[in-house]
Design a protein around this ligand. Structure first.
Ligand code: GLC
Ligand code: CA
Length: 535
């Protein structure tokens, strides 16, 4: 069987703790809730879970505003609950990844509170980026926060501090020895508690350059960084090639030091995956050089249109680029920061694409609810909590739609998620999406995922190579079919909105569309569908 490290081709299930399962009726998911549902996770057939932050936090940015990185927020439970969760996960042979947030702390962290009380130039302030205002009172530079508005906020004595995100998330100064030391302590703290690795938040952002210089086009840069913002590719390219606060050389030194810590845990095969939005794409591979991290997210499929040429390009590029550093790609169609794939490209296309990418070499990240085909929830503006909604004055709707709690059972909202009122409303239209219903329905997406994960584990992982047989540059170049072989299987996807003939020699093992007649010979592949065939 496979001799690869566990994470090499792992399927990792992302849990947003607040939205998974509420064990105590307060309307918010929590750690005991997750533990109680780990059997469900295990039955999906995934290898690991990644938990979005559950640390002490005022929750201004969904917990990515950490006030104590070595403790648990009471809304989620306590440290014993984490231990119990890890223990149960390991009993079920599931690995556990924690989310570490090294770019910033919450303004409620004791360091920042001390910095506010301390004088300009003090050791307390040196852990963050505090600078004096210009003579005319304006901030040290003109950078714009990723959530909108200036990335500087002024404190009582007139100094400004830098925050790439919300004003409640002061950026840490990674040139400061205390910062480096504290994060190494945090890594060891969770590793000693039993976690198997980390997802590293904003991994590309830790080092800033030219912090006292204005950017020539701050608004343009801010727009270019918003992937949903329409912009000429040349213009975006020009702006993204040098972002003074992203993907600077210095970040790699940090991860080389972290890697030594991970490796010091020997047989436990600790792994880390970087959230690094970098440009051009080749830069992402630097994060997975042999002495750095193990994986880096590939975000191409979060925004890719359902088109053969585009999908082929981004998939093939990722395979080729990762091969240059002897790494395998990662694939993700949804996460807590982006629209859910079923809403973005439609129900059928998202089923097809899910099946397609599950067959590709590399790791798959599945955002909880994706296996249920959840769309983005419908929300009134008054329900929205994302700081990007608030800071942009409502211009950006924000990420709450993808963070609606999961529907578990029953026929009426909130579908077993909570005995109370869910923190975001769950639409009654999710009635057919519940775990309970989908488990019973052999044609459900949930059961398709389970079948795909089981076949993947059993047959696909034997080989890390694929051979394209249909693409814009392979086979008939018809432009509507993407197909490859991997080991014993052939995987075929029809991206067009018409059914297409395809010569099928082997047995059809899985089909994303129920309309497909399972038989042998030249068959019609339904519009927007994917099949796995045995060779
Ligand atoms: C990452 C997280 C996102 C958060 C941001 C700031 O991008 O995924 O949810 O808002 O970092 O911490
Ligand atoms: Ca709760």
């Amino acid at each position: 069987m496979r001799s690869l490290p566990w994470w090499k081709e792992a399927v990792i299930y992302q849990i947003y703790p607040r939205s998974f399962y509420d064990s105590n009726g307060d309307g918010e998911g929590d750690l005991p809730g997750i533990t109680s549902k780990l059997d469900y996770v295990q039955q999906l057939g995934v290898d690991a879970i990644w938990l979005s932050p559950f640390y002490t936090s005022p929750n201004k940015d969904g917990g990515y505003d950490v006030a104590d990185p070595r403790n648990v927020d009471p809304r989620f439970g306590n440290l014993d609950d984490v231990k119990a969760l890890i223990h149960r996960a390991h009993e079920l042979h599931l690995k556990v990844l924690a989310d570490i947030v090294p770019n910033h702390f919450s303004d409620q962290h004791e360091w920042f509170q001390a910095a506010l009380l301390a004088a300009p130039g003090s050791a307390e302030r040196a852990r963050f980026h505090f600078y004096n205002a210009h003579a005319d009172g304006t901030p040290p530079n003109n950078w714009i926060s990723l959530f909108g508005g200036p990335s500087w906020t002024q404190v009582a004595d007139g100094q400004f501090y830098l925050h790439l995100f919300d004003s409640s998330q002061p950026d840490l100064n990674w040139d400061n020895a205390d910062v480096k030391e504290d994060f190494e302590k945090t890594l060891r703290f969770w590793l000693d508690l039993g976690v198997d690795g980390f997802r590293i938040d904003v991994a590309h952002g830790l080092v800033k350059e030219d912090i006292l210089e204005n950017h020539h086009d701050p608004q343009g840069l801010s727009n270019a960084l918003r992937l949903d913002y329409p912009m000429e590719p040349e213009k975006r390219n020009e702006l993204l090639l040098t972002v003074p606060y992203f993907d600077r050389q210095g970040v790699h030194e940090i991860y080389r030091d972290w890697r030594k810590i991970f490796d010091s845990y020997g047989d436990r095969e600790i792994m880390a995956v970087a959230e690094a939005w970098v440009h051009p794409p080749i830069n992402a591979t630097k994060y997975v050089r042999a002495d750095e991290l193990h994986q880096v997210f590939n975000f191409d499929l979060l925004t890719a249109p359902f088109e053969a040429a585009h999908l082929f390009e981004v998939i093939n590029r990722s395979l080729e680029l990762n091969a240059t550093v002897d790494a395998l790609p990662t694939w993700a169609l949804s996460n807590h920061d982006s629209p859910r794939v079923a809403s973005r490209i439609g129900d059928e296309a998202s089923r097809a694409l899910s099946l397609f990418v599950l067959a590709l070499p590399g790791s798959n990240y599945i955002f909880a609810g994706q296996e249920l085909g959840l769309p983005d929830g419908e929300l009134h503006d008054s329900d929205r909590q994302d700081p990007s909604f608030v800071r942009s004055g409502g211009l950006v709707k924000g990420r709450d739609g993808a963070r609606i709690p999961l529907p578990w059972s029953g026929d009426s909202t909130p579908f077993g998620f909570t005995a109370g009122t869910p923190w975001l409303p769950i639409s009654q239209s999710w009635q057919s999406h519940t775990v309970e219903k989908q488990f019973k329905d052999s044609a459900s997406l949930l059961n398709l995922f389970r079948a795909a994960l089981a076949l993947r584990r059993q047959y696909l992982l034997a080989s890390q190579e694929i051979t394209w047989i249909e693409s814009p540059i392979h086979g008939s170049k018809d432009g509507s079919i993407l197909a490859f072989t991997r080991g014993a299987f052939t995987v075929v996807m029809n991206v067009s909105d018409q059914s297409k003939e395809f010569n099928i020699a082997g047995e059809i093992l899985l089909a994303s569309s129920g309309d497909f007649q399972v038989s042998v010979g030249k068959k019609l592949l339904p519009a927007r569908s994917c099949i796995w065939i045995s060779n």
